[in-house]
Design a protein around this ligand. Structure first.
Ligand SMILES: *[C@@H]1O[C@H](CO)[C@@H](O)[C@H](O)[C@H]1NC(C)=O
Ligand SMILES: *[C@@H]1O[C@H](CO)[C@@H](O)[C@H](O)[C@H]1NC(C)=O
Length: 169
């Protein structure tokens, strides 16, 4: 499809001794798709249900989906945490589950946000037009869908200096 794929080896700031590999595609919406496999990835799954791929971090090991009920399970290679908009600490456990339907993720388990000193479960994410609404208990916060165009990288999230640098080139 004419996308340019660059492969860069960079140091993970959370763990400077282990190099991580970042794939950059000129189409940001394709950032997390696996170029070599025909089977839909978990990122394709998000797109099918009208969610941006950036709701899931890099490093998905496998997933299962029951298309009838929408129940899904996702396994990540490792837990993953990063900060969103420089203000929210988000943490993904290595196992994430929930139910997906168009514009709605419910019964979520394994995704948490740090509020003051506590890690609280994000139980639901709804899409309404160009906004994503995240629910923590009865409290919710909205973010523009465009914030989730790229997959967050564990350790530095969507705000990595090098990501910004690559984009500005
Ligand atoms: C995750 O782990 C699997 C093997 O367990 C490996 O094949 C895959 O490349 C890893 N993916 C990432 C993004 O680290
Ligand atoms: C996915 O990976 C997890 C963690 O390694 C493993 O327990 C599970 O059996 C795997 N599931 C599938 C469907 O391969």
């Amino acid at each position: 499809m004419g996308e340019k794929i660059e492969k860069k080896k960079l140091l993970d700031p959370a763990n400077p001794t282990s190099p991580i590999i970042i794939f950059t595609l000129s189409l940001t919406s394709s950032l997390c798709t696996a170029a070599t496999t025909a089977a839909p990835t978990a990122y394709d799954l998000l797109k099918t249900y009208n969610f941006p791929i950036g709701l899931l971090p890099e490093g998905i090991k496998n997933y299962t989906l029951n298309p009838t009920t929408g129940k899904f399970n996702i396994h990540l290679n490792r837990t993953c945490s990063f900060s969103l908009e420089d203000s929210y600490q988000i943490r993904y456990e290595s196992s994430i589950s929930g139910y997906i339907e168009e514009n709605r993720l419910t019964g979520l388990g394994g995704i948490r946000v740090k509020v003051l000193f506590f890690w609280l479960d994000i139980g639901e994410v709804d899409r309404s037009g160009d906004d994503l609404e995240f629910f923590v208990g009865v409290v919710s916060a909205n973010f523009p869908v465009g914030n989730f165009d790229v997959c967050p990288q564990c350790g530095c999230g969507m705000d990595c200096d090098f990501v910004r640098k690559i984009k500005n080139e």
